[in-house]
Design a protein around this ligand. Structure first.
Ligand code: ARG
Length: 298
């Protein structure tokens, strides 16, 4: 099954043909004591340098943490580091995986921006202490890969969605699909406001996705439409200003999402999901929201 698929006509299987993967039970979060916008590496950060309210950011983060707890996830917390103002976005430094024998593995990211490269060893240390097998890319061949910012598990399945174009290279998915022996559905991102896949695709459950269509090519959209029975489409306002697609649905039922995504939330409820709204306004200044503020683990 180790293959990278880049167009719908290469899809000769359905999710039913893919073996099951357990749902994540745990979450890793990084306490944002040093979070701020100090540089601009995505369009959302422009004009926001120096504008983060640190106390408010910590309050928002605490509420996100308690919501993950409330929906039944076991939350681990590590401290961030001075001089690494984006470390709180711990979806980005790694891609964890649990194999058929229950053994846990993790790929460590090669951050695209120099400003974020020093975050990775701190996260790696946590995985080491928790018994994961650590995997690395060949840096001579792969220039960048930003973890679960771009690599998103198809809920409950040994199959990965892989975004590329801004922060991750398509070639990274060859390494991942080979190592984990899984199909990777690679989709190109074409709007720099949606620079990570997790800004425009939220896998809600095995059959349902939330997307911002304009962030994808026609090829990518065709793959998404083929693999999900229901595709909820967010408006430009809710996707770009409120990061609606950066919601997290860790259990296929409860969706934690930035507050104010009125149309998306109605759609989610109509499709049977429980919606938990939370304010992440301070983090939106840096181009991130709920999904980027945690790592799902087993
Ligand atoms: N300021 C951070 C960056 O540009 C935000 C990362 C948000 N993470 C995400 N998975 N979308 O790298």
């Amino acid at each position: 099954m180790g293959q990278v698929i880049t167009s719908a006509d290469q899809l000769d299987f359905t999710t039913g043909d893919i073996s099951d993967m357990p749902l994540p039970t745990d979450v890793l979060m990084v306490r944002p004591l040093h979070f701020s916008v100090d540089y601009v590496i995505n369009p959302h950060m422009a004009d926001q340098v120096g504008k983060v309210d640190k106390i408010e950011a910590n309050n928002e983060w605490e509420l996100v943490r308690s919501l993950f707890n409330q929906v039944g996830m076991n939350v681990h917390v590590i401290e961030d580091q001075e001089g690494l103002p984006d470390m709180v976005f711990c979806a980005n430094q790694s891609l964890p995986y649990i194999d058929e024998d229950g053994k846990r593995h993790v790929f460590m990211s090669i951050m695209h921006a120099d400003e974020r490269k020093d975050e990775v060893p701190y996260i790696e240390q946590w995985y080491r202490q928790h018994g994961y097998e650590i995997c690395y890319f060949d840096e001579d061949k792969i220039s960048d890969f930003e973890g679960c910012g771009d690599a998103i598990w198809h809920t409950g399945k040994r199959m990965l969605w892989g975004g590329y174009g801004y922060r991750s290279s398509l070639e990274a998915y060859d390494t991942i699909s080979e190592k984990f022996d899984i199909p990777v559905l690679a989709v190109e991102l074409v709007d720099e406001s949606f620079y990570h896949l997790d800004t425009c695709l939220c896998v809600l459950d095995e059959n349902t996705a939330l997307i911002y269509p304009e962030a994808f090519t026609d090829e990518g959209l065709a793959m998404i439409d083929k693999m999900f029975d229901t595709v909820i489409r967010a408006s430009k306002y809710e996707a770009e200003e409120l990061f609606a697609c950066n919601a997290s649905c860790p259990d296929g039922r409860n969706v934690i999402i930035q507050q104010g995504c009125t149309d998306v939330n109605k759609n989610l409820r109509d499709n049977g999901f429980s919606v938990h709204e939370v304010s992440t306004y301070e983090f939106l200044k840096s181009g991130g929201s709920v999904f980027c503020m945690k790592m799902l683990l087993w």
